[in-house]
Design a binder for this molecule. Structure first.
Ligand SMILES: NC(=O)c1ccc[n+]([C@@H]2O[C@H](COP(=O)([O-])OP(=O)(O)OC[C@H]3O[C@@H](n4cnc5c(N)ncnc54)[C@H](OP(=O)(O)O)[C@@H]3O)[C@@H](O)[C@H]2O)c1
Length: 503
């Protein structure tokens, strides 16, 4: 063990059951996150990990497989003693939601295992499977009584994407809520595991200086950018059925938007925070399909070069239909119909195969009156920006105008920067540690509630519908390695604004 014991609550004894244990998410993120929790003494003493898959495997095979994954994906050097202690807790169980009897057997096996491990019946079921399996697995868990809370807690972690549109998200909510209570459901969006994202609340509400001007009187507009350099890679079949809008906007971009735009909650506790987030998502103006077409740009990448990497045309990618009209880039203009944000546009953009990987929220303030500089050499004042960097730079930058040293008045924009890594020593992490830990201690502040998820889908639905009807009409191409389609710039310039440049 390398780290000192933290003064943090240790979760109750429990079982951590992973459906889809053979998959990518389990290997790349969930197991390494459990390892990091073990290394920082944040797992309970009485603990077991149950890996579930539809095929057979021995405990030893699963442990070997996990160790291989850990060696490949761990975010810190793997300490054998810690890894062995974690792997000793691992048991394999075979269960397939298409075979109900396998869940009856799973229930018996789990009861016996828990009696041996003294985990007191507390259970976290993590569905690290394709979304099509969420409801079937939950149904079987419900039918066999494995989710029934009888003096012990039972929780269900649901991965993203939660639905593919408003209707399917509602249907999944109805189904899950017929099996468990809302407080037992943890809808995960791994963006909320990122420190900088969580820090938006602290920046806004733990400082006296920002909130007074965090409104339409002082803010001109907000830009939210989630740009990726990677193309579609080997995820063609998933991506071509999904697209940039579904994949990123109702979840990641709306998480950022809701934290930036929500009202201050009365308390820093789950119900209050989630209510305010759902409230502001519900206040996004619902556009008609015609408005949605006017207030959006969608693009698809052509081949190009990003650094030394050649990227092929999206349409030539593996498992992508050669005539696909799915977007790999989306830019939207939204408005929030409430007192604080009336008249302040929120511009959102996200895409693949772009020149730079960057996630940030940029808040642009209204320009100061120019009058006093009219008779000086100053030609214009730039507008102040507050930039919250999420990836790769984690930090906050404030851009403001300053006098250029010299005898005459000349002004230039400068930047004051705070970077997390300069102030805090944080071990590299997968981003899932906080979320998994929170599930175990029963804190769902960072998880989405049914109403929040549905409000998000409601706001994007007109764009989905309009784009589906438009087909290839209006789908713009952009070169891999560029900043996206030029038309996205026009979405801003027609409002007299511009995107922050990639840097
Ligand atoms: N991978 C990531 O980086 C990532 C990031 C964020 C979110 N997610 C989300 O996490 C979930 C899992 O992603 P993944 O990339 O790990 O997926 P995956 O590798 O395609 O699937 C995970 C596992 O699920 C099991 N599975 C497949 N179909 C099933 C079914 N019908 N019923 C029960 N089990 C089934 C398979 O195991 P067996 O065949 O052995 O049963 C498979 O190994 C998805 O919802 C995804 O959107 C993934």
């Amino acid at each position: 063990m390398t780290d000192a014991k933290p003064a943090t609550k240790i979760p109750d004894p429990c079982s951590f059951v992973i459906f889809g244990v053979t998959g990518d998410l389990a290997h790349r993120l969930v197991i390494p996150a459990l390892y990091n929790l073990a290394a920082t003494h944040l797992l309970p003493e009485k603990f077991c990990v149950v890996g579930v898959a539809r095929g057979t495997m021995s405990n030893e095979e699963l442990r070997d497989d996990m160790m291989k994954g850990l060696k490949q994906f761990a975010t810190r050097p793997v300490d054998d003693a810690i890894a062995q202690r974690l792997l000793e807790c691992v048991t394999f169980i075979e269960a397939d939601p298409k075979e109900p009897a396998s869940f009856d057997k799973m229930r018996e096996d789990l009861d016996k295992l828990e009696a041996r491990r003294e985990t007191t019946g507390n259970r976290l079921f993590y569905m690290a499977t394709p979304p099509s399996a969420f409801a079937p697995i939950a149904r079987q868990l419900g039918r066999t009584g494995m989710l029934k809370e009888n003096g012990s807690w039972r929780r269900l972690v649901v991965e993203k994407p939660f639905g593919t549109d408003l209707e399917s998200a509602k249907a999944l909510n109805v189904e899950l809520l017929s099996i468990v209570e809302e407080k037992q459901i943890y809808r995960i969006d791994h963006y909320l595991g990122k420190e900088t994202v969580q820090n938006i609340l602290v920046l806004r509400f733990a400082n006296g200086m920002f909130e007074p001007f965090w409104n339409r009187n002082h803010i001109d507009h907000v830009q939210i950018t989630v740009d990726e350099k990677l193309g579609v890679g080997h995820r063609g079949s998933f991506y071509d059925a999904t697209g940039a809008l579904r994949d990123m906007v109702p979840n990641h971009l709306f998480q950022l938007l809701s934290l930036v735009a929500m009202e201050p909650p009365a308390k820093f506790e789950a119900h209050a925070v989630r209510s305010e987030k759902a409230e502001v998502l519900g206040a996004i103006s619902i556009q008609t399909e015609a408005e949605a077409l006017q207030n959006s740009v969608r693009g698809q990448y052509l081949g190009g070069k990003i650094g030394d990497t050649e990227i092929e045309d999206y349409l030539k990618s593996k498992d992508v239909k050669p005539d696909s009209t799915i977007e790999t880039y989306a830019a939207l203009k939204l408005t929030i119909d409430n007192w604080r944000w009336a008249g302040v546009p929120f511009y959102l953009r996200t895409g693949k195969a772009l020149g730079i990987k960057r996630t940030e929220v940029a808040i642009k303030f209204k320009q100061a009156p120019f009058a006093m500089f009219r008779d000086t050499a100053v030609e214009k004042l730039s507008q102040n920006y507050l930039v919250i960097g999420v990836e790769p730079t984690e930090g906050i930058a404030l851009q403001f105008n300053t006098k250029i040293p010299g005898p005459s008045i000349q002004i230039d924009g400068v930047e004051m920067k705070f970077r997390y890594k300069d102030y805090f020593k944080a071990e590299p992490s997968t981003g899932y540690e906080t979320l998994i830990y929170d599930c175990m201690i029963g804190d769902n502040i960072l998880f989405q509630r049914a109403d929040g998820v549905e409000a998000g889908w409601r706001a994007v639905q007109p764009f989905l519908d309009a784009w589906k009807k438009a087909g290839s009409d209006g789908l713009k191409n952009y070169e891999a390695g560029s900043e996206g389609p030029v038309e996205a710039e026009e979405l801003m310039t027609r409002d007299g604004r511009s995107w922050r440049k990639l840097s």
